[in-house]
Design a binder for this molecule. Structure first.
Ligand SMILES: [Zn+2]
Length: 62
């Protein structure tokens, strides 16, 4: 009986976090969880997996 010990891997920071400096904010989908980033559109963010849409409520464009 040899049980394999699960070692905790050190958390690696993803490369794309480099341009997460406040201006370009990559929001992850609240439904799918982190790792599923919402696609940036002009006035909204859309999840490519579950079609979750998040409106950007900074300005009204109507
Ligand atoms: Zn999603």
């Amino acid at each position: 009986m040899a049980k394999k010990k699960k070692e905790k891997k050190p958390i690696k920071k993803p490369r794309y976090s480099l341009y997460q400096d406040g201006k370009t904010e990559n929001r992850s989908c609240p439904k799918c969880g982190s790792g599923f980033l919402l696609a940036e559109h002009s006035n909204r963010r859309v999840c490519g997996k579950c079609r979750y849409v998040e409106m950007k409520s900074s300005k009204k464009t109507e």
